[in-house]
Design a protein around this ligand. Structure first.
Ligand SMILES: Cc1cc2nc3c(=O)[nH]c(=O)nc-3n(C[C@H](O)[C@H](O)[C@H](O)COP(=O)(O)O)c2cc1C
Length: 147
């Protein structure tokens, strides 16, 4: 393995949950297998969902992350995937979790991201005021809740 593949990277995205997908199918068919596969590939992160959306942070070695993200992008259990952040990182935000399920409450920052996503998909302008600051704040809010 060379230095480039060891580089830590994260991808943060929001997507629309496929119609008809039950909570059971999400937890048993997506989240639990993801925990196993991520652990094997040294990936970590968190995932949140409600009736209409998924939100996920996935992080780890760039090469493994790219492979898994390709699977995720192809997955028919969601669509309209919108990447909020894809960049090299110095350290992980979810070190302890192969895929932390955020189930009980929706962090305020995720609410804001979803509201913004809805605006983006209906109105072609203005440009979203999202990028790094929002994602950074979001990640600190979520990860702080689970230390
Ligand atoms: C919202 C969502 C999040 C997912 N997150 C992960 C994940 O973190 N890790 C993972 O291995 N698979 C994840 N999956 C499942 C992958 O899309 C894929 O089904 C699985 O990795 C098997 O890969 P394959 O279909 O290429 O064999 C996710 C799927 C969805 C719909």
């Amino acid at each position: 393995m060379n230095a480039a593949t060891n580089q830590l990277r994260h991808i943060v995205y929001v997507s629309r949950r496929a119609a008809g997908l039950t909570d059971y199918q999400v937890v048993d068919g997506i989240v639990l297998p993801a925990m196993t596969r991520n652990r094997r590939l040294d990936l970590s992160g968190c995932i949140w969902f409600d009736h209409g959306y998924f939100f996920q942070v996935i992080e780890g070695p760039a090469a493994e992350l790219a492979i898994v993200f390709e699977s995720i992008e192809r997955d028919k259990r969601h669509h309209a995937l919108q990447v909020l952040s894809a960049q090299n990182i110095e350290r992980r935000d979810f070190e302890r979790f192969s895929m932390r399920l955020i189930a009980d409450e929706t962090p305020m920052a995720i609410r804001q991201i979803i509201a913004q996503y809805e605006e983006d998909s209906t109105a072609p302008s203005p440009p979203p005021a999202r990028p790094e600051m929002v994602v950074r704040r979001l990640i600190s809010e979520i990860s702080a809740a689970f230390v």
